[in-house]
Design a protein around this ligand. Structure first.
Ligand SMILES: Cc1cc2nc3c(=O)[nH]c(=O)nc-3n(C[C@H](O)[C@H](O)[C@H](O)COP(=O)(O)OP(=O)(O)OC[C@H]3O[C@@H](n4cnc5c(N)ncnc54)[C@H](O)[C@@H]3O)c2cc1C
Length: 69
């Protein structure tokens, strides 16, 4: 079985994983040196300014990676 390794779990890495999963059953590994789950790091400033809540920076469930596996 082919194994797709994606470095970085920013929006690009997560979107790529979603598209690979839609089109195939290839094994996917997303490597991140940050959190296990995706949140918009650059939107954090809006949370600090009180314009957004933290959960608004998380478009996917935290177990999304395990689901897409
Ligand atoms: C201050 C700021 C505000 C912004 N505001 C907006 C906005 O309001 N709206 C908007 O649409 N866009 C905004 N952007 C742009 C948006 O954040 C980027 O376009 C988007 O984050 C790019 O996504 P990405 O997945 O390509 O990269 P990134 O989000 O940078 O994700 C790359 C990930 O890869 C990881 N990584 C890199 N190298 C390695 C490695 N060797 N090993 C392991 N992990 C690695 C990094 O740690 C990071 O988590 C903003 C950007 C900044 C800096």
């Amino acid at each position: 079985m082919q194994h797709i390794v994606i470095i970085g779990n920013g929006i690009y890495g997560v979107t790529l994983a979603r598209h690979v999963r839609k089109r195939s059953d290839k094994k996917i590994t997303v490597i991140s040196s940050e959190s296990d789950y995706f949140f918009s790091r650059t939107a954090l400033m809006y949370v600090y300014m009180g314009h957004m809540k933290f959960e608004h920076t998380q478009p996917y469930e935290n177990n999304f990676g395990k689901k897409i596996g």
